[in-house]
Design a protein around this ligand. Structure first.
Ligand SMILES: [Zn+2]
Ligand SMILES: [Zn+2]
Length: 246
């Protein structure tokens, strides 16, 4: 079980089944310390979200029932310049920004090299803290090695996406891609972040599919930033302990 899970979609994403409160209650039951709400950016045309959702999200208390609740977004790359679908004002009020390509966000495929450059420009923009599922940029082809190198050089965390280890999502190349990602992160002395990409409370913090492949992909506990809450909070530039518990 992850201590910290920053990749969570709620009913607001349109294709997930639980509310923020239900995720908080589940986190409490699982004795998790921190969760992060990360619904899809408003540029995704097949979700129900609008930009104002992210402006009011920070009004949710920082601590609920003893669980630290971070507010974030899983934004979408919308063009070849690496722009994302969430404005600076909203970003300022959020605790963290994650991003990648997703379908139905208005992005026009620029080919492998162009897509890779769009991602690198986004990484270099300084707006994004975490690249979600870097090993899967579907349906846009990218160069994984270049993306991982750029992320490490620019101090952007690479996510190991636990949902993509599920039998319904796993691909023949998943293991070798994860190996590549971890090898590059290690070479740069960086940790990676594990994220459940939970779309319901039963997926929250569940890392059971990671355990059997950890050795094979070269992953050890010291490389997973979820095991080091203080370091993760420092990285995100947010306070861990909020005294006025709600
Ligand atoms: Zn995603
Ligand atoms: Zn997601």
């Amino acid at each position: 079980m992850l201590k910290i899970d920053l990749h969570i979609h709620t009913v607001a994403s349109g294709h997930a089944q639980n509310t923020i409160l239900e995720f908080i209650n589940q986190a409490k039951d699982l004795k998790m310390e921190v969760i992060g709400i990360s619904d899809h950016g408003p540029g995704k045309t097949d979700v129900f979200l609008c930009e104002s959702y992210f402006r009011t999200l920070p009004r949710i208390p920082d601590v609920v029932s003893g669980v630290r609740v971070l507010k974030g977004v899983e934004a979408n790359i919308i063009n070849g310049d690496g722009d994302i679908d969430i404005d600076e004002k909203a970003i300022k009020n959020l605790d963290y920004v994650m991003a990648n390509f997703h379908e139905n966000c208005g992005y026009e495929d620029c080919g492998k090299e162009g897509n890779t450059q769009a991602m690198i420009k986004m990484i270099e923009s300084g707006k994004v803290d975490i690249i979600t599922h870097p090993t899967s940029t579907k349906p846009y082809e990218t160069d994984l090695k270049k993306i991982c190198e750029a992320a490490c050089q620019n101090d952007v965390l690479l996510e190991l996406n636990l949902a993509r280890l599920h039998s319904r999502k796993i691909k023949p190349e998943t293991i070798s891609n994860l190996k590549t990602m971890i090898e590059i992160a290690k070479r740069h002395g960086k940790k990676i972040i594990a994220g459940s990409d939970a779309h319901n409370i039963w997926e929250l913090g569940d890392d059971s599919l990671l355990l059997p492949i950890k050795n094979e992909i070269g992953l050890t506990d010291d490389l997973i930033i979820n095991n080091y809450p203080e370091e993760l909070f420092r990285f995100l530039g947010v306070a861990r302990n909020i005294s006025d518990e709600n």
